[in-house]
Ligand binder design. Structure first.
Ligand code: 3HC
Length: 301
């Protein structure tokens, strides 16, 4: 069955090579998924060799885990590793059909990235963004071909979460959208088409929930109480564990975007901003015990 709003699948273009801009955690998780499900070469680019090595290293380590669990054979593992490579220049995207960016959440940075990508790719190449909240239409302004830009928003952990938000910008054409849906299907994700609105749909809903948890702590509820208040509802993760998975800086950026768009409905917690400024990964240490200094950044902690 065709997903709601998806164009005719016959319009989709074939994808034989994927480019990923950025080699951070989200980008590396995506690279592995593209290689595993599309079985095509995937090239990661980043600013320096150390970041590239880290990204490719992550992919290799995850492939080894899959091998250890018996999810892939030794031959498949070798092939997967050989499909994912790193390049310091975007020239490696010249023959890519689908290029996705997962760089810092800054509109100007993303526009610059796409201007550079557009200079090397062929006319039929889809440009996709994994932005969590920025406007597709603004991102496409200034592109020679904004009709090939589409939102392709994954959820953390990319390998596990079935959901994929596909966002149509004001200019996105049907062939681009059909290709995005076809790629989503090949990745075995459940794709939903959403409007180009601040934080789209999923992060808007998630921020309502997370914003209230953080506000409760800001207002004096002990963090441990807010963190475990909903345990009996069977959520897959506690709120602050989820915040740590997503990254406080990403969560804060989404909250700021929503506050700017809907100031009467979304606030920005000063204590969250302090947590981000502290550089801590969240309120937990790697061994998942609470970090008292991080907890103390919240008024009620
Ligand atoms: N990478 C790859 N695989 C992972 C993983 C990761 N980072 N984390 C967990 N997994 C795998 C495990 O290996 C395991 O696989 P297996 O069954 O093959 O062994 C499987 O997922 C289950 O993991 P666990 O048994 O360790 O743990 P749980 O059963 O508790 O599941 C979870 C972990 C899937 C992360 C679950 O807690 C969950 O669904 N949490 C909610 C996550 C969520 O809501 N994400 C959305 C965040 S919002 C977002 O990303 C948008 C952005 O724009 C902000």
């Amino acid at each position: 069955k065709r997903p709601a709003g998806a164009p005719d699948a016959a319009l989709a273009r074939k994808v034989t090579k994927v480019g990923v801009v950025g080699a951070g955690l989200m980008a590396s998780q995506m690279a592995l998924l593209f290689a595993r499900r599309l079985e095509v070469p995937v090239v990661l680019t980043d600013l320096d060799q150390a970041r590239l090595d880290k990204g490719v290293g992550y992919v290799h380590a995850e492939v080894d885990k899959l091998l250890g669990k018996g999810r892939v054979s030794q031959d498949q593992a070798n092939r997967l590793k050989s499909l994912v490579s790193g390049s310091l220049t975007k020239d490696a995207f010249a023959d890519a059909d689908f290029v996705i960016e997962a760089v810092f959440e800054d509109l100007a940075v993303k526009k610059q990235v796409f201007a550079e990508v557009e200079a090397v790719v062929s006319a039929g190449c889809v440009l996709a963004t994994n932005t969590s909240s920025l406007s597709l239409t603004e991102m496409g302004a200034g592109l020679a071909h904004p009709e090939r830009l589409v939102g392709f928003h994954f959820f953390n952990p990319v390998a596990v979460m079935p959901l994929l938000e596909i966002i149509r910008g004001a200019a996105t054409d049907d062939a681009t959208l059909a290709t995005a849906f076809a790629v989503g299907k090949a990745l075995r994700k459940s794709s939903v088409l959403v409007k180009d609105a601040p934080a789209f749909v999923v992060n808007r809903l998630l921020t309502c929930f997370m914003g209230e948890v953080v506000a409760a702590v800001d207002e004096g509820t002990p963090l441990e109480t807010a963190e475990h208040a909903l345990d009996g509802l069977g959520l897959p993760m506690t709120p602050f564990a989820l915040l740590q998975l997503v990254g406080p800086a990403v969560g804060l950026h989404v909250a700021e975007t929503l506050h700017e768009a809907f100031p009467d409905r979304f606030g920005v917690s000063e204590n969250m901003a302090k947590l981000v400024a502290s550089g801590k990964p969240g309120v937990y240490r790697p061994d998942f015990t609470l970090d008292p200094e991080a907890v103390a950044l919240f008024a009620g902690g």
